[in-house]
Structures are given as C-alpha cells and as structure tokens.
Ligand binder design. Structure first.
Ligand code: SF4
Ligand code: SF4
Length: 317
C-alpha cells in the first residue's frame, strides 16, 4: 500500500482517554486474562481524581473536547460510577463520557443512570450474556437519546451462539452492531484460529449490516488511509475490520498515542495510548502530581496493532 498516513476522517480533534476504573467484573470470559476481571485491584478512589481531571483539561485544552472511555473490569459494577461521571463533567464540561460495558446491569440501572452518559458501547460476551436483557437495555438507551453501539465478541468456542446473538440484537433493536475478531487471550497478539469461512462472515457483516434508522451517533471514529503524494484516500469505518484484512501494521510509523490518546490504569499509572507500549508510563496520579505529558509522537516498534483505540489514533509514515 502506498499510503503514508492513517488519520481521522472528518472527526473533531479530541483527546481519547481510556480509564480503567478497577478490575472487578461479574463475568469471567474464558479469553479474558484473570487480572482483567478478578477483582484484585480496588475501584478508583473518587476522592483522589480531581487533580488528574484538572491536569488533563489544562494540558489538552487545545483539543475540542476530551472523551473519557470508562472501562473495567465492568465499570457499571463500580458503585460510584454515577458520582464519578458527574465529577468529570463538573470539572471539565467539554467532555464526552463513554461507558464500555458488558451491558448486563438491570434495565432499572440504565434508566436511573443513563442521563449522565453520552455514549454506551456494549460488548456482548457469548459465555455469559442474557440477550433478552441486553436488548431491553439497548432500547432504553436509545429512548433516552444516548449514543449506543454494540460489538459481538466472536469467540470461535461459541461461534453459533455469537451469530445468534448478533442476529437477535439486529432483530430486536435498531443499533449499529459489529463483529469483533478476538485474540486467544485479549490484549495479546495471537488471534483465534478463525476458518476462512468465519473470517468471511465477519467481513460481510461488518461491511454490510447497518442500523435501520438514523440514531444519535458516537463521536466519529472513522479513519482513512491517505497518500500525501497522490491525495488518494480510502475510508475505514470500522478499524476492527483491519485485523481481519491483515492491514493493522504500522511498524516504524510515527504514532500519536500520548498526544491523541491516554490510558489511566486502576493502579494510578498514566500511560500513552491504550493497550500498546505497556511500559511507557508518564506518571502515577496517586503518587505525585508530576506527570510528564508527552510532546512528540512515538515511533511504532510493534508488528501489529490490535486495540480499537490504538488503531484509531493518527499515524504518519
Ligand atoms: S466482560 Fe470483559 S472484563 Fe468481564 S470477563 Fe468478559 S472480557 Fe473480561
Ligand atoms: S502498535 Fe502502538 S505504536 Fe504501533 S501503531 Fe499501534 S498504537 Fe501506535
């Protein structure tokens, strides 16, 4: 490919912040490493976050807004999640709050708390999901004008069930649904051994299945390949498809993690990007206020990029 830029298409210039609130989850998916869901790390201490939110607001004030992507474990299992969201919005009104959830809380929970959420991304995990409740929750969020999107974790160990989940949600709701190919253990490079037929099913679905009506949208994460020489462009609506197409490789490119995206760990470490460069820590907000905010892009030294947030960060050759 002669493209030398992989950049956002038509989206505002915003900072993306993954914030891992703790590692408690009510599910224990077989492809999820235990340290992601075993509850060994306590939930974020809500009394200690003000200074961090202020620093992020001040250091990234040139951005149009800051998007907080709240993760776990399962973030809705954190009893103080509604308080945290209100606090972020009061310290930094120019924020978008996205909750990345397995969608398993009761309809009552979503009705009571969705007023503080801008976007909800539901990951459907086949070994534990209750599809009926999930569909009910999706429809509550749509009625309350929350932007919503659904991703089905396409585990080869529950393949038929995954197809059934995607089709049921398509039938019962009006939400954008994508199929996500998985690694054998999430966060590591080795992908599940999909057959060619399974890969084709994922590809066909991701390119062709659209919601029936126009819904409130997520902040756009549409990307594009661009050639600075010819001006030629190709749009990428769903970066997960790059994994299937085997085009998720940017070794030696300049990647803007740290300038466009951050990760706050439940331990208090603040690092650049999301999954990749796990050791590139720029400070710990629980130990000191001295965080070394990045000023330059970094050179990619990985063979592949698997995390959606990492892939959706600008990269120049
Ligand atoms: S729902 Fe997510 S965090 Fe919880 S066990 Fe499954 S993959 Fe891990
Ligand atoms: S692997 Fe990391 S450094 Fe490389 S392109 Fe992806 S996010 Fe950037």
């Amino acid at each position: 490919m002669d493209y030398d830029q992989f950049i956002p298409h038509n989206s505002p210039d915003y900072l993306f912040i993954d914030w891992d609130l703790g590692n408690t989850c009510n599910f224990s998916c077989s492809y999820c490493a235990s340290f992601v869901h075993d509850g060994s790390i306590p939930w974020v201490n809500i009394d200690k976050v003000d200074n961090l939110i202020e620093q992020i607001r001040n250091n990234y004030q040139s951005k149009e807004f800051r998007l907080y992507n709240l993760l776990g474990g399962e973030p809705t299992a954190y009893p103080k999640l509604p308080q945290l969201i209100k606090k972020i919005k009061s310290i930094d009104p120019d924020t978008v709050i996205r909750i990345h959830t397995n969608g398993s809380r009761t309809p009552r929970y979503w009705k009571e708390n969705c007023q503080y959420m801008d976007e909800v991304l539901i990951s459907c995990h086949p070994e534990f999901i209750n599809v009926k409740t999930t569909c009910e929750n999706i429809n509550i969020l749509i009625e309350n004008n929350v932007a919503i999107s659904v991703m089905v974790a396409m585990s080869i160990n529950s393949w038929d069930k995954c197809l059934d989940i995607a089709n049921k949600i398509l039938e019962k709701t009006n939400v954008p649904i994508s199929m996500k190919p998985l690694q054998k253990i999430l966060g590591f490079e080795d992908r599940m051994d999909y057959t060619a037929k399974q890969e084709q099913i994922i590809t066909d679905w991701n390119y062709n299945i659209k919601p029936k009506n126009i819904l409130k949208n997520f902040v756009s994460s549409q990307m594009k390949w661009q050639s600075s020489k010819t001006g030629k462009e190709i749009y990428v609506d769903n970066v997960n498809q790059l994994i299937v197409d085997n085009t998720n490789h940017w070794r030696d490119w300049y990647c803007y993690i740290g300038l466009d995206s951050l990760f706050i760990r439940s331990t208090g470490d603040v690092k650049v990007g999301s999954d990749c460069n796990p050791d590139y820590i720029i400070g710990n907000y629980l130990e000191s206020n001295n965080i070394k905010w990045p000023t330059k892009p970094i050179k990619c030294n990985y063979d592949s990029c698997f995390c959606g947030a990492d892939m959706t960060t600008r990269k120049l050759k």
